[in-house]
Ligand binder design. Structure first.
Ligand code: MLT
Length: 325
């Protein structure tokens, strides 16, 4: 009996410590938010805006850590193997749903190796050219690509990145293959597009809104069927003879598998407050994006959405025969 009672005492003590740790969360230690792309890019921008507000609700400092490379899979893998104490989260985008089909040695399962926290925002993409590219509009761009494809290069942020997927959709829609140049994120890629080292790029409006307004890049089409509210003068793909192109880059937050449910609930509550915050919603709108609603910033909604997206993209990628490894 004595042996059993000492075990039950140990279990009681452990569970008390566990409960205390969840009650104390987040305590004084900062929360590291891993962004799996280079600083200054679209994912980084969404991450910094949303964590600045989450931090107030969580009463904890949230520090962004940029871990770029391999279309976001290096950063995601780092979080999958991080301590599940609530002090490490991942902020990633649609790439979480395409990676399983693109990377045969992915090293993690997006659905099994993470706790879902919730969705953050949706961001549209625009096809951009270097300012000095001769075509003045999309009607001139198509014949120009047809006759200069071998000398034209599209930038992207690595296989599986939003810019890569958007570029794939564009090239398949026009039936022409261009050279591609991968970067650790579309922030460095944009520098080279402006500099003329690369000619074209699909990018998210959260990254390029300033450059479009400043006229330092040439926006050709919005990669969707409707014009983007914040950029009404950019024609939609459907208006330019490219029906069926509908690229929307959704962003979400994840924690390592095994992060206590109470801790995930606190993170999701802070995220729901952030996405409903008028200043966050306005900032996303100004950048051409749309904040998620609170009901999407929940673990159950994200799990369903991520599963649906994996099921949607896997056959598309398998049919295209595209692999990253
Ligand atoms: C970034 O944040 O750099 C972009 O999301 C990369 C991409 O997915 O194109």
């Amino acid at each position: 009996m004595k042996f059993l009672s000492s075990i039950s005492m140990t279990i009681l003590a452990a569970s008390a410590a566990f409960t205390t740790c969840a009650q104390e969360y987040p305590g004084n230690a900062p929360v590291m938010a891993v962004v799996p792309f280079a600083a200054g890019g679209p994912t980084d921008k969404v991450a910094r805006e949303v964590t600045a507000i989450m931090s107030k609700h969580l009463k904890a400092q949230i520090v962004i850590e940029n871990v770029g490379g391999a279309g976001g899979t290096i950063g995601a893998r780092k979080v999958a193997s991080a301590r599940n104490d609530g002090h490490t989260v991942l902020i990633h985008h649609i790439g979480m749903s395409t990676a399983p089909a693109l990377y045969r040695k992915l090293g993690f399962d997006p659905l099994e190796d993470f706790e879902m926290v919730g969705e953050i925002a949706d961001v549209p993409m625009v096809l951009l050219g270097n300012k000095n590219l001769p075509p003045q509009d999309f009607k001139e761009l198509l014949p120009y690509i047809q006759s200069n494809a071998s000398n034209l290069f599209m930038a992207n942020a690595g296989i599986g990145s939003a810019s890569h997927l958007c570029g794939l959709l564009f090239m398949s829609a026009i039936g022409k293959q261009l050279g591609t140049v991968p970067y650790k994120g579309t922030a460095p890629a944009l520098t080279d597009l402006i500099g003329g080292q690369v000619n074209l790029m699909c990018d998210q409006t959260t990254n390029v809104s300033g450059q479009i307004k400043a006229g330092v890049v040439k926006p050709y089409i919005a990669m969707q069927s409707a014009r983007i509210d914040a950029f009404r003068d950019i024609p939609a793909a459907s208006e330019q003879g490219l029906p069926g192109i509908e690229v929307k880059i959704w962003h979400a937050m994840y924690a390592p598998k095994g992060t206590p449910a109470d801790v995930v609930a606190k993170l999701s509550a802070a995220l729901q407050a952030a996405v409903e915050d008028p200043s966050f919603r306005k900032k996303m709108e100004d950048l051409g994006a749309q904040a998620a609603t609170a009901d999407r910033a929940t673990p159950s909604s994200l799990r369903k959405h991520l599963s649906n997206e994996i099921n949607k993209w896997t056959p598309v990628i398998r049919a295209a025969g595209v692999y990253a490894d």
